[in-house]
Design a protein around this ligand. Structure first.
Ligand SMILES: [Zn+2]
Length: 217
C-alpha cells in the first residue's frame, strides 16, 4: 500500500476540513515516516525477494512502527501533537489520530503476515500484495472514492474543486512512477527514497493549503 494510504487523508479532509491538508497527508504516512527513519538507522529491518508476486518487500522486523500497540501509540501521539502543537480543534485532532491509525488498517489489507499484534507476538496481514493487479486496483479505487467525496464536499461548500483534482493527479503520477522505476536494492536506500516521497507529498499538500489561504485572503 502506497498512495492508497492517502485515501484516508482525503476522506478526513472531506469530513473535517478544519485541519490543513498537509496534517492529514503527513498523518496517513506517519507510521511509515517513522519506519523509513528506523530502517535507515538499522533499528527496523527489511529485505527484498524478487521472486515474490507484487511487492518484493520482506518486512522482517518493525515492532516500533507496525505492531498494533505501536500503531495505536503513533495515532495517539499524532492526535496530541495536532491538538497541542498545531492547536487544531478537538474534532480535527481526533481525525488526525484516526488517519494515523488508518495506515495500519490499510497495511493489514495488503501486507503479507508481518504486522505483529503485540511486540514479538502473532503476525497478521491479508496479503493482497500477492495479487498485484487486485492490489493496485484497490489502491487506485480507494483514492478515487475519497477524491469524489472531497470534491463533492468542496463543491457543496461553494469552493474550487481544483486543489482536490491537482493533488489526486499528483498521487496517481507518483504511483505510476513508483510502479515503473526499479526498486532500490539496499534497505537504507529504500528507506531514504520512501522518506523523500512522503516528505515531498506533505510539502505539496502544504502548498495546496497555502494557495487556498491566499485565495481566501
Ligand atoms: Zn506501513
Amino acid at each position: 500500500m502506497f498512495v492508497g494510504h492517502y485515501a484516508a487523508a482525503l476522506a478526513a479532509k472531506a469530513a473535517e476540513p478544519r485541519a490543513p491538508l498537509w496534517t492529514y497527508v503527513a498523518a496517513a504516512q506517519l507510521v511509515d515516516i517513522g519506519w523509513s527513519g528506523l530502517v535507515m538507522a538499522g533499528v527496523e529491518r527489511l529485505s527484498f525477494d524478487a521472486s515474490l508476486p507484487g511487492s518484493p518487500l520482506v518486512l522482517e522486523h518493525m515492532p516500533w512502527t507496525h505492531s498494533l500497540p505501536a500503531a495505536l501509540l503513533w495515532s495517539l501521539t499524532g492526535a496530541l501533537a495536532a491538538r497541542g502543537l498545531l492547536k487544531l480543534p478537538r474534532r480535527a485532532a481526533i481525525m488526525v489520530g484516526l488517519v494515523v491509525f488508518s495506515h495500519w488498517l490499510t497495511d493489514l489489507l495488503v501486507h503479507r503476515p508481518d504486522l505483529a499484534l503485540w511486540p514479538g507476538g502473532a503476525k497478521v496481514g491479508f496479503g493482497l500484495w500477492n495479487l498485484p493487479v487486485v492490489e493496485q486496483a484497490v489502491e487506485i479505487g480507494l483514492i478515487a472514492l475519497a477524491a469524489i467525496a472531497w470534491t463533492a464536499g468542496r463543491k457543496a461548500a461553494g469552493r474550487y474543486a481544483w486543489p482536490a483534482a491537482l493533488f489526486v493527479a499528483i498521487l496517481v503520477a507518483v504511483q505510476i512512477i513508483a510502479m515503473l522505476t526499479p526498486h532500490a536494492t539496499s534497505a537504507t536506500a529504500f528507506g531514504a527514497n520512501a522518506l523523500a516521497v512522503y516528505l515531498a507529498l506533505t510539502a505539496i499538500a502544504w502548498l495546496v493549503d497555502r494557495g487556498q489561504r491566499e485565495r481566501r485572503a
